[in-house]
Design a protein around this ligand. Structure first.
Ligand code: UFG
Length: 358
């Protein structure tokens, strides 16, 4: 039975991959500091090492429980907007943690490494789908941090024979169609869960970050790719590592604007989504749509949950059923003027109805 180490495996995309690996009969060890991850997102059979990947001793302990067929690396700070405010933190944590993990893989003779990379390596690319050979120009320190890890993996292969798959996700979205796993960030900053929470009356009106972009309706266009399809892509890419390292862009090839996402949520929830137009968010490119033909043709990836309605529906189902997310966080947020009332036991906003959220 193959054994895998998954960094950040208790997080959003990581937990969907862990679930898939376990379903396929794999043995999985997760290393996660649980800053964004949730124990409740992991099956009981999975061993959790609650530690940071920058902790060399913890990593060495984790590798002692190998040998691992492959290491999947998700653990990272991942917010474009936040990285524009805290550039050095992003570079320090993502680069430092990633290099420490790669170094441990080399020392412990791991031969396959799959990186959760990002579309934020590309910016100002126009409106067409972005292929792997498009000009790399990270749109933010977050994207830059992933680029540095991609380059480190190139040299780890060249000099040490550590093969790698760099998977550049466009916008991961949706939830496990069976409704067991979902998206639960704290704070939540991603568009689809925020729009859903607004529809459910759990948040004040949404702010659309800019309507003066060079797109059809003026709002940013993104390629939303279902998280279960992303998880499958990891297994497709992993098989390629038997012979060589690969880099793939992962998306559906279709872009949707912020206003189109709002409309989709309104249709699925049957509720109006109140919103206002605000300023642009620094670091946001106008359009990011993937040309993901390479992984489809080379690695036989066939995403199944590709339409926006299905993606939003799965996200809505989990979000509506889990008002407190995984419910395993206990940090009380500082009350802000106009903020939602908090559940004092969980520190999360509860389902108060806002005026205008019918
Ligand atoms: N948006 C709003 N209002 C909000 C939140 C988001 O208008 O309250 C807009 C953003 O400006 C952006 C779009 O919705 O245009 C999507 O924003 P997200 O925050 O959901 O996602 P990002 O595109 O910023 O980033 C995500 C991941 C990154 C990854 C990137 C790749 O968080 O890790 O997709 O495209 F790099």
């Amino acid at each position: 039975m193959a054994r895998y180490l998954v960094s950040g495996g208790a997080g959003y995309v990581g937990s969907h991959l862990v679930d898939l690996l376990v379903r396929q009969g794999g043995e999985v060890v997760v290393i996660d500091n649980l800053r964004q991850g949730h124990r409740a997102a992991l099956p009981h059979a999975v061993e959790l090492i609650e530690a940071d990947i920058a902790d060399t001793d913890a990593l060495d302990d984790a590798f002692e429980s190998g040998p691992f067929h492959a290491v999947f690396h998700f653990a990272a700070l991942s917010l474009v907007g936040e990285s524009m405010r805290q550039p050095l933190r992003y570079l320090r944590e993502n680069v430092g943690g990633g290099l420490t993990l790669i170094d441990a893989c080399i020392r412990h003779n791991v031969k396959r490494f799959v990186l959760s990379s990002t579309a934020n390596l590309f910016s100002d690319t126009g409106t067409g789908p972005i292929a792997e050979h498009a000009t790399i120009a990270p749109g933010s320190p977050y994207g830059e941090s992933k680029l540095i890890i991609e380059r480190a993996l190139h040299w780890a292969d060249t000099c040490h024979g550590l093969r790698s798959a760099c998977l550049r996700y466009f916008n991961a979205a949706g939830s496990d169609p069976e409704g067991r796993l979902g998206e639960d960030h704290d704070p939540e900053t991603h568009l689809i869960p925020l729009v859903i929470d607004t529809a459910l009356g759990r948040r004040p009106p949404l702010t659309v970050f800019g309507d003066d972009y060079p797109t059809a309706d003026g709002t940013c266009v993104r390629d939303y790719v279902h998280v279960s399809d992303l998880a499958h892509a990891h297994l497709c890419a992993l098989r390629q590592l038997d012979t060589r390292s690969v880099t793939y862009n992962l998306g559906t090839g279709e872009g949707f604007s912020v206003l189109q996402v709002i409309k989709a949520v309104e249709q699925i929830s049957g509720r109006r989504v109140p919103y206002r137009i605000g300023a642009r968010r620094p670091g946001d490119p106008a359009t990011l749509v993937a040309a993901s033909t390479l992984i489809r043709t080379e690695a036989n990836w066939h995403p199944k949950l590709t339409d926006l309605t299905t993606i939003v529906k799965t996200a809505h189902t989990w979000r509506a059923a889990h008002p407190l997310g995984y419910g395993d966080r206990g940090v009380l947020e500082e009350a802000r003027p106009g903020a939602l009332p908090l559940d004092p036991t969980k520190g999360r906003a509860l389902g108060t109805q806002y005026l205008g959220a019918s």
